[in-house]
Design a protein around this ligand. Sequence first.
Ligand SMILES: Nc1ncnc2c1ncn2[C@@H]1O[C@H](COP(=O)(O)OP(=O)(O)OP(=O)(O)O)[C@@H](O)[C@H]1O
Length: 241
Amino acid sequence: MSEIELVDVRAGYGRAAPVLRGFSVAVPAGTVVCLVGPNGAGKSTVLKVASGLLSPRSGRVLVGGKDLTGAGPQRMLAEGVALVLQGHSVFREMTVEENVLLGGYTLHDRTEKTRRARFVKELLPVVGERWNSLAGLLSGGQQKQVEFARSLMVDPKVVLLDEPSMGLDPKATSTIFDQVVRMRDAGTAVLLVEQNARRALETADLGCVLDLGRVHISGPAADLLADPQLGELYLGGRPAV
Ligand SMILES: Nc1ncnc2c1ncn2[C@@H]1O[C@H](COP(=O)(O)OP(=O)(O)OP(=O)(O)O)[C@@H](O)[C@H]1O
């Protein structure tokens, strides 16, 4: 069963024509699914629908098979869907510890909070190493890992990542994608939106190309990477031989 599934979703903003026009995607347990597509295709809109920030006009949102269409962000988080926003959202004047523990504000059991904090420090070593530093003193890539750690405090079923490599140099990008794999291996499914499509598909298990509000093609990420037409259209050139 999928951790999260969007089925035939139509969604958009105000009176404008819908951005998503019958879009479907499923994120099976234990997988990284990568969503790619041209600028403005609606990738972030998919994450807004999946996290409950935007209600679909029609279609369904299922979490672990349960219909949660129209549920708001608080409910979606409680049901195990965590969102890591695009750009940087750490509180720079607060320590790494304070930032990470904020992610567990809905946990009332102190022992559980401590257990989760220990888990995220082990999973993302830089978070543990810089635990007492001010978050604003960390590099962009390290701050992104603090955001990952914060989202993992509630032990989500699935984490939605909106362009985690944005603004990072190639080395930091590489670390971030390695951490995405570690998150998956530790039991959290991931729905990843990326501009850096080729690199993201190399990391993901499954890929989905969004264009004109619908799924253009989806399947194993390796197959999408090897598809010459997709390479030309969406991945910035021919596939590497
Ligand atoms: N809050 C909003 N109000 C009105 N229109 C919006 C809003 N957010 C996004 N849009 C419009 O919805 C469309 C899809 O935007 P979205 O951000 O989902 O695309 P994207 O694929 O994530 O783009 P990018 O790769 O550039 O980040 C765009 O035409 C955008 O202008």
